[in-house]
Design a protein around this ligand. Structure first.
Ligand code: ATP
Ligand code: MG
Length: 674
């Protein structure tokens, strides 16, 4: 299908000299913005605004050029709303209170903790939770940090914070005490909500103990005091089911600081749970990025624009229709769980499965069992999960009825065509649409996705189309626009509602990271290629680009070619300095079970790369990776920065910041086998 990307208005190209005065530039930008602003405002009006934004003000005021002044984008400033009200109260008021909002699926398939909550019940829980936060002293603009497992309570606390105008900062429950301490201090939050513990796979993880340690570290290292810690009692502990050795162990409570969640809810005056109307530009949350490329960034989103972006993208990317059952496997510790568990589905009044466990426990059929149990129509997961489930074999899928699926979403990394094919043909039985959604913590919502419309030919491994209102551009090294077919830095040339507003406590870092290199554009940090149809393919991170004999190669394409070789389960490629070619390719290869890394496979990989990319893509060093696999962030992304250091000899023992690494023992194994 032919697709032309939306034409860039002249004003959005390099500003010509006649427009050099700030006033002229502003006028030209406003004229170019008008249709997009009208579009977004028409959508925004579908939400409840307690006070509409000023009629004479433009939808958005913005500047993406740090040389012209501070970078900012404000949407519907002056309007007052509440995202929790729009996600819950609106549906109940419209008579949809009996619709199911959440279907909770516990870690242990049959431990009796599965439950469902209607919109009316969820509103009740969130209101009580909001009252408990108010009673703990939380007010509009204050931070609330959570350190909890995935489950019903995490979205409940997020929505409760939003309800009273507080700013939530969710820390993934798999992070260490030190990582939590740093995030606590950065947020300035005096209230921490945690959980006694959780069964994850076959293990019991005691979260309260780590939270206690983090509170002590925050005080010692940052001089930050947590005044109140609210502790959710996870019923797996109370019921004595579903845990490991420490299950049910007594959780020590610090008098004056620690309060059981249930007690806090019971004691809180109900009036404290009432909606607090906030400005569209009030902060809604701060969330740290995955830390794939360096130190995580504390991304700040605001209420109004994020609400509109989350709701709209959920609806259109997944072709959501009332009655659909939706299931996203992401933890709300990541942006995917924020936008596409807590907010997007609820803003649409959808019914969704919330899963506490992991895709491979008790076995690799767990997700397909859940799909069959709830007749899931829309599934949203990550390439890393798909690759590991594919590796486990098709029989796990075949054992369950997955015929209810109509949309199969993926996010987090480029999806290699083999994993895409498997998702499409084995999981979806060639009857569902695969939606490869490209976006970032910073973008708040989908930026590119093959929106499932009739007539769009899907391309395995391609995110394809700009999402509504997004104007993606490709830039060359000099900041010039790459038009038509070609490759470049993926950037966005005008604001969109759910864009980040700042980095926590460091607006300069935000300008330096995303806007300084190409003033006037938001730089994603990823590379992309536009094909003859105008479709966009992500080629990998700019920092990871490979340069062999002057040819730039994206990691995504080289890795996809290697994973296309039978017997290979996963691959990661980095460049190492080479005296002749500038850089040489060093490939880490994970094999399918029972497959041996030998010369025949090496030859097959060489041939595969030659056929799919060309002779330039020659791997200098092949590193067969052992059973622990590749180093990944806790959100499942490959940490190529560490792989590069190992390929270059181990960095003299100093691998820099490894705090975002999920399993540190992976590094020892890689160093031993290198
Ligand atoms: P950090 O910014 O701290 O290095 P991160 O970029 O991994 O971490 P996230 O915001 O969780 O943090 O991830 C966004 C990134 O994930 C994107 O910039 C892109 O590199 C990658 N990504 C997400 N979805 C896709 C996709 N569908 N195709 C290709 N890449 C994707
Ligand atoms: Mg990033």
């Amino acid at each position: 299908m032919a697709f032309a990307s939306p034409p860039l208005s002249a004003a959005l190209r390099r500003p010509p000299s006649v427009l050099s005065s700030a006033a002229c530039r502003r006028r030209a930008a406003a004229a170019a913005d008008a249709p997009a602003n009208a579009f977004w405002s028409a959508i925004a009006r579908k939400f409840h605004w307690e006070t509409p934004w000023p009629a004479d003000a433009p939808a958005v005021a913005w500047n993406f050029d740090p040389t012209a002044g501070p970078v900012y984008a404000h949407w519907w400033k002056g309007g007052r709303t509440n995202i929790c009200y729009n996600a819950l109260d609106v549906h109940v008021a419209a008579g949809r209170g009996a619709d199911v909002a959440l279907l909770f699926e516990p870690n242990e398939p049959a431990d009796g903790r599965a439950r469902s909550l209607t919109y009316a019940e969820l509103l009740e829980e969130v209101t009580a939770a909001a009252a408990a936060l108010t009673a703990a002293g939380v007010r509009r603009g204050d931070g609330v940090v959570t350190y909890m497992p995935m489950g019903v309570e995490l979205p409940v606390v997020m929505l409760a914070a939003a309800r009273i105008g507080a700013v939530h900062s969710v820390v993934f429950g798999g992070f260490s005490a030190a990582a939590l301490a740093a995030r606590l201090a950065a947020s300035g939050a005096e209230v921490l909500v945690t959980t006694d513990g959780v069964g994850r796979g076959g293990k019991w993880v005691g979260l309260k103990a780590a939270a206690d340690e983090a509170i002590a570290l925050a005080a010692a290292d940052y001089g930050h005091t947590v005044v109140t810690q609210l502790v959710v009692r996870n019923r797996s502990a109370a019921d004595g089911r579903g845990g490991g050795a420490e299950e049910g162990a007594a959780v020590p409570m610090v008098a004056g600081r620690d309060v059981w969640w249930d007690d806090a809810l019971a004691a809180a005056p109900r009036a404290g749970g009432e909606v607090v109307w906030v400005d569209a530009e009030d902060p809604l949350f701060c969330l740290f990025t995955s830390g794939s490329t360096g130190a995580p960034k504390g991304v700040v989103h605001t209420v109004g624009g994020y609400m509109v972006g989350a709701a709209t993208t959920f609806k259109y990317s997944f072709n959501y229709m009332p009655g659909d059952v939706y299931f996203c496997t992401a933890d709300a510790g990541w942006i995917t769980g924020h936008t596409y568990v807590t907010y997007g589905p609820l803003l649409n009044g959808a019914t969704q499965v919330v899963f506490e466990g992991v895709p491979t426990y008790p076995d690799a059929g767990r997700l397909w069992e859940i799909v069959a149990k709830y007749r899931v129509n829309i599934l949203y997961t990550a390439p890393t999960a798909l690759r590991s489930l594919k590796r486990a074999g098709d029989a796990f899928v075949a054992a369950h009825d997955t015929s209810s699926l109509k949309v199969l979403g993926t996010v987090g990394e480029p999806i290699n065509p083999e994993a895409w094919d498997w998702y499409y043909s084995v999981v979806g039985a060639s009857a569902a649409t695969v939606v490869d959604s490209y976006w970032q913590t910073e973008t708040g919502a989908h930026v590119l996705a093959p929106i499932p419309v009739a007539g769009l030919d899907l391309k395995p491994g391609c995110a394809q189309l700009p999402h509504l209102g997004i104007v993606p551009v490709l830039l060359d090294d000099a900041g010039g626009l790459v038009e038509g077919e070609g490759e470049g830095y993926l950037a966005i040339s005008r604001p969109w509602p759910s864009a980040l507003r700042t980095l926590l406590g460091d607006h300069e870092r935000m300008e330096a990271t995303y806007f300084a290199r190409f003033p006037g554009f938001y730089l994603t940090g990823d590379g992309a290629r536009r094909d003859a149809d105008g479709h966009l393919w992500l080629t990998g991170r700019i920092d990871d680009v490979l340069n062999v004999s002057g040819h730039r190669l994206g990691t995504a394409e080289v890795e996809a070619a290697i994973v296309g070789v039978p017997g290979v389960a996963e691959a990661a490629v980095v460049g190492v300095p080479h005296p002749v070619t500038g850089e040489a390719l060093y490939a880490y290869v994970v094999l399918m079970p029972g497959v041996e890394g030998n010369d025949a496979l090496r030859a097959a990989i060489t041939a595969g790369l030659r056929a799919r990319i060309g002779p330039i893509a020659r791997v200098e060093t092949l590193h067969w990776v052992g059973g622990r696999g590749l180093p990944k962030t806790r959100s499942g992304k490959i940490l190529r920065r560490l792989l590069r250091l190992i390929a270059m000899g181990g960095g003299g023992g100093d691998l820099g910041d490894t705090s975002t690494l999920a399993d540190p023992s992976v590094l020892d194994e890689l160093l031993q086998t290198s």
